[in-house]
Design a protein around this ligand. Structure first.
Ligand SMILES: [Mn+2]
Length: 426
């Protein structure tokens, strides 16, 4: 299914007058409104191939129907999102869930939908039917050299798939760790993992990045071998300049100060990628901004300031890997992704409202109340009309979810694909 420009403009017409009123008001309130719209229009985010189907918990999976049955249909789904928001401009593949059998055709199809390929993701947290050794006791950390080699070879294979598609980075997330005290020699596990990562790093093209993702717990519940940003940064620093830390919002212990982590990683030039989601308890994979929108804003505030200070803008073609990493259990995955994208755009727009000079002055004068006022003034500003205007100017929907529903996109996909479909993924 494709959404036509005519369908979008018909939809926008009915909302136009009300949008214009809100926009005029926002322009009267926000000094840099035009600059913010321009930034939002440039903003780009990747959609992971595993977020397009209904996810599952440990207890069950309830598919919603019309889910993409193969990689081609996943690309089609991201194409639908892009037609509605022009921000979901890339897809991030997970190998082997979405191994491209004909890369040239897949690349052409993606280009037809205006999509690029973001980071490729390896998988050594599951056993595949055709693999010789099990990862039950870890992959890159394993005490058995042959198992480590199998995991290294898989990662190198993933890089090759990525090269064929035009990806520029490999994300490694390991479930390696231990479930009980005494199970693992921490030092040996680190050293084995480092040696394995070095072998993967050696196979990385010069213009690629290796993104080292960390996670505090789950599926291992006593220790994770790359458990926090310190451990990830240690690996990244030992590996070299092509290696970076990747921050996933859901991969921290409760109440971790993620904005501080972001600030320091950017100071070190080692923040390579970001996975957006939201959570109340752990790695809940909930819709971005649905639980802790203020935290999201504070993180964006650090991202924006860090980028303005010493990094290129995180716009189309930038060096950062921005991605939504979530798996939706009960909502329509496409509606959920539209909500997530908008939450990210809103937080980004609000971060651009922060008067950084005044904030720095307040900090230098230890004026704590004023510093808080400056941040909260930005956070409490309604920027939705600016985000909508960015969509309007890029020929997208003023209200993406409304149009998604009006056009009966899901019903259409169910008709074509069937009501009992299972997308590959978790
Ligand atoms: Mn992630």
């Amino acid at each position: 299914m494709q959404i036509s420009k005519e369908q979008i403009s018909n939809h926008n017409e009915q909302f136009f007058a009300s949008h214009q009123n809100k926009l005029n008001f926002t322009f009267s309130e926000v000094e840099n409104a035009e600059a913010i719209i321009q930034k939002i229009m440039q903003f780009s985010i990747a959609i992971p191939s595993w977020a397009l189907g209904t996810g599952s918990t440990r207890f069950g999976r309830f598919p919603g129907g019309g889910e993409p049955r193969n990689l081609e249909e996943k690309i089609e789904d991201v194409g639908l999102l892009r037609a509605l928001d022009k921000t979901s401009n890339a897809i991030s593949l997970h190998i082997p869930w979405d191994t491209p059998t004909n890369p040239a055709e897949i690349k052409t199809l993606a280009a037809q939908h205006g999509l690029a390929f973001d980071a490729v993701n390896s998988n050594t947290f599951q056993d595949q039917a055709d693999q010789k050794y099990s990862y039950k006791f870890g992959s890159l950390q394993n005490v058995n050299k042959a198992i480590r080699k199998q995991a290294v070879d898989h990662n190198i294979d993933v890089i090759k798939h990525g090269i064929n598609l035009g990806s520029k980075s490999l994300t490694v997330w390991l479930s390696d760790g231990s479930c009980f005290p005494g199970q693992l020699n921490f030092k040996k596990a680190f050293e084995n993992t480092l040696e394995s990562l070095q072998e993967i790093y050696a196979a990385l093209p010069d213009d690629w990045k290796l993104l080292v993702e960390y996670k505090a717990f789950e599926p291992n519940f006593y220790s994770m071998t790359i458990g926090d940003w310190g451990q990830s940064l240690l690996f990244a620093n030992k590996l070299g300049k092509k290696a970076y830390t990747l921050v996933d919002l859901g991969h921290h212990l409760p109440n971790a100060n993620i904005e501080q982590i972001v600030s320091l990683l950017m100071m070190e030039g080692k923040l390579g990628g970001f996975h957006f989601n939201d959570s109340k308890y752990g790695d809940d994979d909930l819709t971005v901004g649905s639980i802790k929108p203020y935290q999201l804003f504070l993180i964006f505030n650090e991202l924006t300031q860090g980028i303005q200070a010493n990094n290129p803008p995180f716009e189309k073609g930038s060096n950062f890997g921005w991605m939504i990493d979530a798996s939706h259990n009960i909502k329509d995955p496409l509606e959920d992704l539209l909500q997530s994208v908008e939450a990210i755009q809103i937080a980004y727009a609000q971060s651009l409202l922060v008067d950084t000079i005044a904030l720095e002055n307040a900090r230098e004068n230890n004026d704590v109340a004023q510093a808080q006022e400056i941040l909260q003034r930005a956070y409490r500003t309604d920027v939705r009309a600016l985000v909508a205007e960015a969509r309007l100017r890029t020929e997208c929907a003023l209200s993406p979810i409304q149009l998604f529903r009006n056009l009966k996109v899901r019903e259409n996909l169910v008709n074509v694909r069937g009501s009992k479909t299972f997308a590959t993924g978790l």
